[in-house]
Design a protein around this ligand. Structure first.
Ligand code: RB5
Length: 150
């Protein structure tokens, strides 16, 4: 079973607990990068970046990052090399983002979507695999090349 990481700021704190329960019920042993307590003054980069670095290093294979909207989490995480994060609100993109684009970080808005939809998004994201077809790899290589620009 693949190693999953999860992180949330105060905007996603409550939803994170629900997602962890879901992951455990499905047999995963998620690695929790915090927040470990609700702190209304915490800042999403402080929670999301350790998870993003863990994806980048291979410590975890896929991640789930939750902030209030999911926007800040995705913006911050995409600064880390090797991370392909997207804010997802519907099931098609939750799996297609993995299958075509090798998305490895699912970003969710804790103040935006409800737990039932989140369950489906998480399931679709985790069950999907990158298809690696020539056209997908060609596009991904162009994205990866951008990480070498400085
Ligand atoms: C925190 O209040 C909120 O700004 C943050 O969780 C997130 O929505 C940022 O994108």
């Amino acid at each position: 079973m693949i190693q999953i990481g999860i992180a949330a700021d105060h905007g996603g704190f409550e939803l994170k607990a629900k997602v962890i329960e879901q992951l455990k019920a499905a047999g995963y042993q998620p690695k929790d990068y915090g927040a470990y307590q609700l702190d209304p003054a915490d800042d999403y980069p402080d929670l999301v970046i350790p998870l993003a670095r863990a994806i980048s290093s291979g410590e975890v294979t896929k991640g789930i990052a939750i902030c209030g909207s999911g926007v800040g989490a995705s913006i911050a995480a995409n600064k880390i090399s090797g991370v392909r994060a997207a804010l997802i609100t519907e099931v098609y993109s939750a799996h297609q983002g993995v299958e075509h684009d090798d998305m490895n970080l699912l970003c969710l808005g804790g103040r935006v979507i409800g737990p039932a939809l989140v369950q489906e998004l998480v399931q679709a994201f985790l069950q999907a695999s990158y298809r690696g077809e020539e056209r997908f790899q060609r596009r991904l290589d162009k994205v990866i090349a951008l990480e070498k620009e400085k």
